[in-house]
Design a protein around this ligand. Structure first.
Ligand SMILES: [Zn+2]
Length: 218
């Protein structure tokens, strides 16, 4: 609750944040309609603010955030991540020169495609596919350049300084990302299973593949 305490010291903290920080239970605890109404009267909605009513969970919330030494926002992120990305780990990676850096949530046991289409074979493109929501570009959007050819559906993004393609947008999954496992930082990958995909006969291979299409769906 570092941020809340800081805000309190400056005197700029809202009534709700103050009560959260001190762990006071809401009056009439139990989340009755009357309690909610009183709370609502006390805390007029600021424009654009989405109030988070923790109800009877307020004590747990405050305890959790304090124990983890997190701000409310950080605690919310941690809980949402652990729910949405259950069983997944956060890998980080990037290009060779460091201009491009990203993080991606995926299994520690990754399923990699080794494609033999005209471009993949030239650059030995091995990749695993994730939904776009699990990928976050941390830096380097201005350092990326994109190569397209043929249908122009695949976006072969690479670093314009070092030439390394650490991720791209595959034609098979334009709503997701293909991540180069060899561009991940060490320590988070448990195993790598490689599947050959016959990109030379792309339409047939993708049509017949049972799971590749769902890999970019969250
Ligand atoms: Zn680079």
């Amino acid at each position: 609750m570092v941020r809340v305490k800081k805000a309190a010291a400056k005197g700029g903290v809202s009534e709700r944040s103050r009560r959260s920080a001190q762990g006071d239970p809401p009056k009439g605890a139990g989340g009755t309609k009357a309690a909610v109404k009183r709370q609502a009267e006390k805390e007029p909605k600021e424009e654009g603010e989405q109030p988070l009513d923790l109800g009877g969970q307020r004590q747990r919330w405050v305890h959790f955030a304090k124990q983890q030494k997190l701000s409310s926002e950080e605690a919310a992120k941690l809980l949402l991540d652990s729910f949405e990305y259950k069983g997944l780990v956060k890998h980080s990676g990037g290009c060779h020169c460091g201009a491009v850096r990203f993080e991606v949530w995926a299994s520690a046991d990754i399923h990699v495609f080794d494609c033999n289409c005209s471009v993949c074979v030239k650059k030995q493109n091995h990749h695993f596919i994730v939904p776009a929501s699990r990928f976050k570009l941390l830096k380097g959007s201005e350092s990326l350049t994109t190569y397209k050819f043929n249908t122009k559906k695949a976006l072969h993004t690479f670093c314009k300084f070092c030439g390394v393609q650490s991720f791209y947008t595959p034609r098979s999954n334009p709503d997701g990302y293909g991540i180069a496992p060899h561009c991940l930082d060490e320590g988070t990958v448990h195993s790598v299973h490689v599947e050959q995909i016959n990109g030379k006969d792309w339409e047939k291979a993708i049509k017949e593949h049972k799971t590749i299409g769902s890999m970019s769906k969250s």
